[in-house]
Design a protein. Structure first.
Length: 65
């Protein structure tokens, strides 16, 4: 099953991912991304990949297990 991954230290808090998929990503009080889920379905993958690609610092990706 695909898993969401994040480079929390690279995150700059732009929140593009949150705008695109608020059910998957959030931003904490320190301005760092929070993964609201780690495992995703193949049906969800296209929209979540698009949200991950919207990250200006490339801090988000999907890893296949």
């Amino acid at each position: 099953m695909p898993r969401l991954k994040a480079d929390f230290e690279a995150c700059q808090g732009y929140a593009n991912c949150v705008d695109a998929t608020p059910d998957v990503y959030d931003i904490d009080d320190d301005g760092v991304v929070v993964l609201l889920k780690e495992e995703i379905t193949e049906a969800e993958r296209p929209r979540i990949e698009e949200a991950a690609r919207s990250c200006p610092v490339n801090a988000l990706w999907i890893e296949d297990e």
